[in-house]
Design a protein around this ligand. Structure first.
Ligand SMILES: [Zn+2]
Length: 254
């Protein structure tokens, strides 16, 4: 127990280093207790762990597609400190994520839902948006100050690593580690919006985003809805919100 209090004290002391960041595009004020440098460093560490634990696909066509679409989105994401890398994971689940620092992982199963490059761009841009909006760092900071923080920290302290576990959970890697902590709706909608702008800036058709989420919705009605949907609920509200943003997104079309 004493260790938990120590950790909490540390978390509160780190308030001194709070950065009052603004999100790109949506211009929302965020309270983040993690420096971008530390965030990226933890992203690289997590990426190394994912590479050790997950089967990487060497399918040439899929790797080519993910890299091609990913690089176009990376270009417009405007993150000079990121070292972009793209991987396909050889698992038949429709999931994807982007770690801070620009390590992007797309599960093979996503190709059953993303029917063309524009739809693949939808999911990659959405995940890249979570990263550049620093949602994981924000969530970590929120967790550290809230009741949730006590719980998460006690778990992570028990696991012997103060931040690593919290990081995994904050970035939605929890599924691989037995804990699933979905982003809040607010973060999901924000990543949808910024993702839509990014894909459009990269030259993709934002209207395909609607089709991607419609495909997702169709799958969620099946017998075994994929894991991705528990963190990314595809429903009519999500699609309606995206639809309303299309005119704004089209202004980014080049
Ligand atoms: Zn998301």
């Amino acid at each position: 127990m004493r260790l938990i209090y120590k950790t909490l004290l540390l978390a509160f002391l780190s308030f001194i280093f709070i950065s009052c960041a603004k999100t790109p595009y949506t211009n929302r004020t965020q309270f983040i207790m993690l420096s971008p440098k530390d965030e990226i460093r933890m992203g690289y560490q997590a990426a190394r762990e994912v590479l050790q634990k997950e089967p990487i696909s060497h399918d040439r066509r899929l790797n080519y597609l993910v890299r091609k679409v990913g690089m176009r989105i990376a270009k417009v994401a405007n993150q000079p400190n990121y070292k972009w890398e793209f991987y396909v994971i050889d698992k038949d689940i429709p999931n994807a994520f982007c770690l801070p620092g620009g390590k992007v992982f797309v599960y093979k199963g996503i190709f059953k839902i993303a029917k063309n490059e524009d739809q693949l761009a939808t999911v990659i841009a959405h995940e890249v948006a979570h990263a550049i909006l620093r949602h994981g760092a924000e969530r970590m900071s929120m967790a550290q100050i809230g009741e949730l923080g006590k719980e998460l920290l006690s778990q992570t302290v028990l696991r012997g690593s103060q931040y690593a576990g919290l990081f995994d959970m904050a970035y939605g890697l929890g599924a691989q580690y037995g804990v699933l902590l979905p982003y809040s709706r607010k973060f999901e909608y924000e990543a949808d919006e910024v993702g839509l702008y990014l894909m459009t800036k990269a030259g993709y058709d934002p209207r395909e985003a609607l089709k991607f989420w419609e495909n997702m919705m169709r799958i969620s009605k099946g017998k075994n809805p994929p894991e991705f949907l528990s963190t990314h609920p595809a429903d009519i509200h999500r699609i309606e919100r995206l639809k309303a943003l299309i005119p704004k997104a089209l202004k980014y079309y080049r």
